[in-house]
Design a protein around this ligand. Structure first.
Ligand SMILES: Nc1ncnc2c1ncn2[C@@H]1O[C@H](COP(=O)(O)OP(=O)(O)OP(=O)(O)O)[C@@H](O)[C@H]1O
Ligand SMILES: [Mg+2]
Length: 310
């Protein structure tokens, strides 16, 4: 089974508002609401690709119940820990054009809420739940953690799983990722900027990334996937081989969740027995299929890109 962890999931409320004026009453011209968070994005894309998985993490209040209900409707199993106090977040994404500026390009303003308090007791509950994972399971740990949770959190989640041979995917930055490397993650997926920041350098092209990906492998990661947005990605695989893949060409509509989709694509490839260049190609096409769509990648959109990319 594949498990995805979203520590602080949200309901994202996306509204479009033309001729927006600050300080006035504005009316929306479209609204959309969906369950979100990096782990949840991975779950949704896995499910779209036909791969059964379970979303875990913390929820609270009526928004938490709504997140679970929406995932259930999509056929995604859920096993969240329900916190006693607070509410899961509603994040607002306000897409506007400025009524005072003619021909102004649409802008997106995000208002991200804090969410419920995740204290030491809640973390203990999660570690107990993770102790139930079995050999051969996959666990995706994606995204940042709230201030109440230590930067060793992903490493703490992994400590008890190493001996069980659970395959852990870590998509995180800085200390959260560095600490996790001690427990041999199956896959890490920094983007080019996150990789550069780890080594206090700038990564300008895929070739530049190779020595740093190799350093991360020496530090414990098995597979290292480095994403370069519209320029595709590189994979340093378990066997030490380096593979490059350009992204398919297309119009970027919404790249939020492209990295999460790429992880789902890679896990899908692994489940199909694909390796090396073929696994990378599937991962890239899944990321691009999400970037080229308002929502997240579907099986059909990924297959179309996969078959078109030479
Ligand atoms: N503009 C784009 N055009 C084509 N493909 C894209 C584009 N943006 C992203 N992708 C695809 O998605 C993959 C991951 O994108 P990116 O490097 O932006 O990840 P990320 O920064 O981790 O994203 P996030 O964390 O916001 O989900 C890329 O390797 C590529 O395959
Ligand atoms: Mg990312």
């Amino acid at each position: 089974m594949i498990f995805t962890l979203t520590i602080n999931p949200s309901l994202d409320y996306v509204v479009d508002c033309s001729n927006f004026s600050l300080g006035k009453v504005n009316r929306t011209c479209s609204e959309r609401i969906f369950a979100a968070g990096k782990g949840i994005n991975v779950s949704v894309v896995l499910s779209n690709l036909g791969i059964k998985n379970t979303a875990i993490g913390f929820t609270a209040g009526f928004t938490g119940r709504e997140i679970e209900r929406r995932l259930d409707l999509m056929g995604i199993c859920t096993d969240f820990i329900e916190l006693k106090a607070g509410e899961s977040r509603i994040n607002i994404k306000l897409r506007t054009t400025d009524g005072n500026l003619q021909n102004a390009a649409a802008e997106e303003t995000e208002i991200n809420a804090r969410g419920p308090c995740i204290d030491g007791g809640a973390v203990e509950c999660l570690l107990e739940k993770l102790a139930g994972l079995s050999r051969g399971d996959f666990l995706v740990l994606a995204g940042s953690v709230p201030p109440s949770v230590p930067q060793s959190f992903y490493a703490d989640c992994m400590a008890g799983l190493l001996a069980k041979e659970v395959n852990v995917v870590v998509d995180a930055e800085q200390k959260l990722l560095l600490e996790a490397l001690k427990f041999s993650p199956y896959l890490i997926k920094p983007n080019q900027h996150e990789l550069g920041a780890l080594f206090d350098t700038q990564i300008l092209c895929k070739e530049d990334a190779v020595p740093y990906a190799q350093k991360l492998q020496k530090m414990g990661a098995k597979n290292v996937l480095v994403s370069f947005a519209k320029d595709g990605a590189l994979l340093l695989d378990e066997a030490g081989s380096v593979w490059f893949c350009n992204a398919p060409k297309g119009k970027c509509i919404n790249s939020v969740g492209a990295g999460d989709s790429m992880i789902a694509g890679f896990l899908c490839a692994v489940s199909e027995g694909l390796k090396g260049k073929a696994a990378l190609k599937k991962a890239v096409c899944t990321g691009s299929a999400s970037a080229f769509s308002e929502t997240l990648a579907t099986k059909e959109s990924v297959e179309a890109l996969f078959n078109s990319l030479v």
